[in-house]
Design a protein around this ligand. Structure first.
Ligand SMILES: NC(=O)c1ccc[n+]([C@@H]2O[C@H](COP(=O)([O-])OP(=O)(O)OC[C@H]3O[C@@H](n4cnc5c(N)ncnc54)[C@H](OP(=O)(O)O)[C@@H]3O)[C@@H](O)[C@H]2O)c1
Length: 300
């Protein structure tokens, strides 16, 4: 099986080839293109790469993920998160190639009590969520053989994320204030990569017909304040932290350019029922990240 990965330098993009290598999947060849090798906003280049590579399937791990910056740069957010997935879907449709695409919990407004299912109404609160939702729709319009995997609160050893931010702040400050009233599920980037590979294998085995939208995130649900505490606890033997208190604060006390849903817990029953894929424990993913050979590179 030949998998073409787009956005190969991101948190998930970098985990995909590593997950293949570590699990010894010798029958999988990964062709990984970062933004310099293929800018997904260039439609002709997207078509050319897919046609030349002729992969068994494409995984789009590229996105404009700066949630707050998207409010100031909507044109870039829509170009990368809405228009480009449409180009990729069209190219895949032209060549008869399935597409696995990643989307976000931020398509929801967070007003629902309980977890969100795939069929729940969307109502993004900001440009990032809106652009990702319109990207999903561009795929649905242009391609039948697609999987859209919505996930949330992604962290991993590669790239920028909440884990690195909390560790850096805890090294500098005695007191941190972290919001406690946004509920969601941290998800290890490695677990997303493994999930995408499990789905890829099911597709490659043939006879697959369960195309559509799926939710996948880590467990259990938590809030950012609790997650911050878990990060500091798990990493305190590695750093001389200054931090003494992590204060729980409300979203109102920490205004950001983009509004975020107060509840974005994703219900993952469908992916379990169809693919037999279980949610990863985010605390295991956190421990694995802290033990990764590249973890300390971020602090040099
Ligand atoms: N991060 C989260 O918390 C989160 C939560 C829910 C869903 N998701 C979704 O999960 C997926 C993976 O997220 P991630 O955290 O791995 O994102 P990430 O670390 O920000 O990686 C995204 C990658 O996309 C690349 N990219 C941006 N514009 C591009 C373009 N025009 N052409 C080609 N590549 C481009 C970036 O390239 P550069 O490295 O050159 O900038 C980056 O390597 C995305 O679809 C995201 O929306 C993420």
């Amino acid at each position: 099986m030949k998998i073409l990965v787009l956005g190969a330098n991101g948190q998930v993009g970098r985990e995909l080839p590593e997950a293949v290598r570590l699990s010894n999947m010798k029958d999988i060849e990964v062709i990984a293109l970062d933004r310099h090798a293929l800018d997904i906003t260039r439609q002709a280049a997207v078509q050319q790469s897919i046609t030349e590579t002729q992969p068994s399937l494409v995984i789009n791990a590229a996105a404009y993920t700066a949630v707050d910056k998207s409010e100031q740069e909507p044109a870039i957010a829509f170009a990368v998160n809405r228009d480009a997935p449409g180009y990729i879907a069209k190219a895949c449709a032209n060549d008869g190639i399935p597409l696995l695409h990643i989307s976000t919990d931020y398509v929801f407004d967070g007003e629902k009590p309980g977890s969100y299912g795939e069929d729940d109404d969307v109502n993004p609160l900001g440009i990032y969520g809106q652009s990702k939702w319109e990207g999903e729709e561009a795929i649905r319009r242009n391609l039948e053989q697609y999987i859209i995997l919505r996930t949330s609160w992604v962290f991993g050893v590669y790239g920028k994320n909440f884990v690195y931010t909390m560790i850096n702040l805890a090294r500098q400050r005695e007191e941190l204030s972290v919001v406690h009233d946004q509920h969601g599920c941290p998800t290890p980037a490695r677990a997303i990569a493994i999930t995408l590979l499990d789905i890829s294998r099911k597709i490659a085995d043939g006879g697959f017909n369960e195309w559509g939208t799926y939710h996948y995130c880590g467990q259990p649900a938590t809030n950012w304040h609790h997650f911050a505490g878990a990060i500091i606890n798990a990493s305190q033997d590695k750093f001389a932290f200054k931090v003494k208190h992590i204060n729980p604060i409300s979203t109102r006390e920490y205004p950001t350019p983009a509004k975020r849903p107060k509840n974005s817990v994703l219900n993952c029953d469908k992916i379990r029922n169809v693919f037999g894929i279980e949610q990863a424990d985010w605390s295991d993913g956190l421990r694995a990240m802290l033990q990764h050979e590249h973890f300390s590179d971020a602090f040099q």
